[in-house]
Design a protein around this ligand. Structure first.
Ligand SMILES: Cc1cc2nc3c(=O)[nH]c(=O)nc-3n(C[C@H](O)[C@H](O)[C@H](O)COP(=O)(O)OP(=O)(O)OC[C@H]3O[C@@H](n4cnc5c(N)ncnc54)[C@H](O)[C@@H]3O)c2cc1C
Length: 468
């Protein structure tokens, strides 16, 4: 018998591990193991847990149409998950465990441990590359090293990579007589020992996810280049939550883009670049496991003297900094689990360069709230904003939260939506309401810091660290 262990690849389409198991012409069983304690250590957001929970029912349905049963187990940690897989392999005389690679350090260690344990009992572990457009480790510069700058990475990736059509998955014909006594994933009343928060805004049906991708490629991507930075407009795909749990693969995204011929236009090629940023950060953690230990990428960054003020951290988390664009974004995150990319950059910049807080605290908070929480993208994004990362923003480029608001939410539409207290503020003052003559009449805090002052402090702190 063949076992397919699903992790962050919760789909049947374009799933290399599943396809390989079916192609073996042996009976196939699928498995998902919840690891609540481990997820807690990784700060997984309850909203993402809910998305996974809901998606499992759909996965079960999709697998049953292929004649495959989905077993469900719940343990504490990755170590326990390894024990569980080893036990199942013995019980069902499994020949091969098929799974898709995960590149984060704990996940890599888990799979190495499994490889060793299965080797002792002559079961094979076959791992496949699935998470990215290209295999991490395969895009190298002329010296054979990994790229530390995005643009040449992208060029090299595009030069060596060919998009291919998505192959339709075949049903498993060999499953006739397997008898399964294990608990299966049954319904929304199945146990799931992790806190959950409503994720209904993200439909989880396979057709609905495909449709969202189709609609985006058909109606929106064309204008992506011009409109993607304006948070009041629904101009980005909002597919990140699905990519993060593998309900959708990046290859499916690109196949759809190419099928429509949209990669030829400016919007399509910019969107493709964003998907390649996703690859860039996944490749980076593959080469630099220190990132998974939350270490800075650049050597001088450990010398930055960060602040650890609880008050400031909480004001930022709760969207009470007095800077409307920052607060609106944080309220969007807290209430929906998602935040627009431009605003992720603004709030992370404000966190590190106006509040001088250690980026690791912000990274952790994002992870605990994001429905699309993805270690590599989140770590890469935070280190980019903190200027401690690989190809990060230069430290002296500091976003001004007022002008960012004026530029990307000129009419204050986004800000007023998330901060109704500001509804009466005229456009002229919407991003600096404390300057409005009637500011005292509204229930909104004055700015907790003065951007101009903090900017100078940041320049000094970074210079000091670089000169150390
Ligand atoms: C501080 C910070 C933290 C972030 N944390 C995460 C995270 O935990 N998970 C996550 O998926 N993205 C993260 N991002 C990247 C980006 O903000 C989101 O991927 C994007 O906003 C998701 O919206 P979308 O699906 O509409 O994106 P689109 O604009 O439609 O882009 C398509 C896809 O490309 C990928 N992508 C886009 N931008 C980036 C990027 N800069 N880096 C890596 N991948 C990208 C995503 O998978 C996204 O779904 C972070 C960015 C910053 C600045």
């Amino acid at each position: 018998m063949e076992l397919v262990w699903f992790r962050r690849d919760l789909r049947v389409d374009d799933n290399p591990a599943l396809q390989a198991a079916i192609r073996s012409n042996q009976p196939v069983v699928a498995l998902f193991i919840a690891t609540p304690q481990q997820w807690q250590q990784h700060n997984m957001a309850p909203r993402q847990a809910d998305l996974i929970f809901r998606r499992l029912s759909e996965l079960q349905t999709d697998l049953s149409q292929l004649n495959i049963t989905l077993l469900y187990k719940e343990v504490d940690t990755f170590d326990d998950a390894v024990d569980e897989v080893v036990g199942l392999c013995q019980q069902y005389a499994v020949t091969t465990v098929h799974a898709n690679h995960e590149y984060e350090l704990n996940e890599v260690n888990r799979d190495e441990q499994l490889q060793q344990r299965l080797g002792d009992q002559k079961t094979e572990l076959q791992l496949y590359h699935d998470r990215c457009l290209t295999v991490p480790g395969s895009v190298l510069n002329k010296q054979g090293n990994y790229f530390k700058v995005f643009t040449p990475f992208k060029k090299a990736l595009l030069a060596q990579w060919q998009p291919r059509p998505i192959v339709k998955v075949e049903a498993c014909l060999a499953n006739g007589d397997i008898e399964i006594k294990e608990p299966q994933w049954l319904s929304t009343s199945s146990p799931f020992g992790y806190p959950r928060e409503d994720s209904q805004a993200w439909p989880v049906g396979t057709q609905a996810i495909r449709q969202r991708l189709r609609d985006f490629c058909q109606d929106t991507v064309e204008h992506y280049q011009q409109e993607r930075d304006f948070p009041a407009k629904p101009s980005t795909s909002q597919l990140s939550a699905y990519l993060a749990i593998g309900a959708l693969s990046p290859r499916q995204c690109v196949a759809r883009l190419y099928a429509n011929g949209d990669y030829l236009n400016e919007g399509g090629s910019t969107w493709l670049s964003e998907l390649i940023w996703r690859d860039f950060y996944q490749h980076l953690i593959f080469f630099e496991p220190k990132l998974c230990k939350h270490k800075d990428f650049v050597e001088w960054a450990p010398h930055i003297r960060w602040d650890y003020s609880d008050d400031r951290l909480i004001q930022w988390q709760e969207g009470r900094t007095g800077y409307p664009i920052v607060d609106a974004a944080m309220r969007q995150l807290n209430q929906t689990g998602w935040m627009h990319n431009r605003l992720r950059m603004v709030v992370a910049g404000f966190f590190t360069k106006d509040l001088h807080l250690d980026w690791r605290l912000g990274e952790r908070y994002f992870m605990s709230k994001l429905i699309d929480g993805d270690f590599a993208a989140n770590n890469g994004g935070w280190q980019w904003c903190a200027s401690t990362g690989c190809d990060g923003q230069p430290y002296f480029r500091i976003f001004n939260p007022i002008s960012q608001g004026e530029r990307f939410d000129a009419q204050g539409e986004f800000v007023r939506h998330w901060i109704p207290e500001l509804k009466a503020v005229p456009n002229k003052f919407i991003h600096a309401p404390w300057l409005w003559s009637e500011f005292d009449s509204i229930d909104y805090p004055p700015p907790i810091v003065d951007h101009k002052v903090e900017r100078e402090i940041t320049l000094a702190l970074y210079k000091e660290a670089k000169d150390f």
